[in-house]
Write a protein of this length. Sequence first.
Length: 79
Amino acid sequence: MRKDLIKIQQFPLGNGVLMRMITGGLLIAGAEQAFAHALSIRFPHDAFARQVLLPASAVLLTVGVVFLLWGLVTERPRS
């Protein structure tokens, strides 16, 4: 088979940078969902849900931002 027929598409971001950014985005989306669910659950389970989901939302948001920034910082071309 001719090599010019085989084209391997490579992402412009290498070494897992794209996966770090995707992971960060997914964790931020998960944080938003946890926060929304914490506010939408009503009595009698609202206090327990907020005790669990609000800290979980903060942790997911923090880790997601760290992953996203890590991906953005390592994406920049080095001179």
